[in-house]
Design a protein around this ligand. Sequence first.
Ligand code: PLP
Length: 401
Amino acid sequence: MSHVMNTYARQPVAFVRGQGVWLYDEAGRQYLDALAGIAVNTLGHNHPRLVKALQAQVASIIHTSNLFQVPLQEQAADRLAQITGLDEVFFCNSGLEANEAAIKVARKYGHDRGVNEPAIIVMEKSFHGRSLATLSAGGSRKVQAGFEPLVQGFVRVPLNDLDAVRQVAAHNKNVVAVFIEPIQGEGGINVARLDYLRGLKEICDQNQWLFMSDEVQCGLGRTGKWFVYQHAGFLPDVVPLAKGLAGGVPVGACVIGNRARGVFKPGNHGSTFGGNPLAMCGVVTTLDTMKDEGLLENALKVGDAIRGGLQAALGSLPGVVEVRGMGMMIGVELDRPCGELVKMGLDAGLVFNVTADNVIRLLPALVMSEVEGRQVVERLVPLVKAFLGQSAAAPRAAAAR
Ligand code: PLP
């Protein structure tokens, strides 16, 4: 019997080694990794610059405490301020913690302005984590079920529907912020339209609300710019980050500026591990390497080539609803649940996952080459065709979501 708590439906494969976008299991079998640890291994596996920097850091100092100065935290925060265009960074250890900080910032912002029951507008189908506050903010009943009572103070609207937000603005004077993943990851690679994001920002400005862009999964270069809001051409107030920020070393960051600047004072928030020298070395090295190797441009080029290849091969196939995404964040929606495809992929030497039951999700490392991107398409297309050929289409009503 395994003593690891039974909280994951794990595949029967253990990867013990990685090199670039390739993984190797215990038997030495090779797999093409189109998932990158769910958008974590930004630089692929075993990147020499990251390995060398982390090894040196471990040999120097791993952890001190936020009771003392942490010079590497200053360096990491400077870099994040520069690429986000914002001012202050709180370091933590995961995406949900970055989002908890964001939710606390929004509530504190409300209280500072005399709103005693601050509310935050959140989106249907969103995912912000599995702590009580973040699962309450998220739009998945499956994630929430069994953990009620939920945390109060969230008002839910459909994605890409400005009128719904205007309605809330007209009737709810407690709203202090909008919290959105500009590309929903767990929800099925649902892309917010850029004109919608701009409209949302306008409503935030009119009402003095915070615009909080959860870029834990979609941010950090994956779409060809550092952050998705940069495609829309404005600055949000709060940007939670994690996943790919340190290339695999656990880290989270809540970056704030504009209207949110100065909201947190000493004593308002904290973390024992957050921002320790090992994690900060991971952040600084990952961000510097991304810049030096032109990985944002690469993500856009290779990601678009993968999406284009999948669109050409699968786009008009019965059973394929849509191929969508931006850069290295790609979804292929089928008209039926397709979880079995993950195991079929492993058998064919391809690592990806399925989210929202019927969306194949690809989140490759930003170092993936064009040749490797073509191999992803060449491996995935026959799998999807075989799967659609052997499985029944969902009844129309169930397929319509
Ligand atoms: N926010 C988004 C957009 C995510 O995709 C995730 C994880 O998938 C989280 C938050 C939670 O991150 P973590 O699992 O590191 O707590």
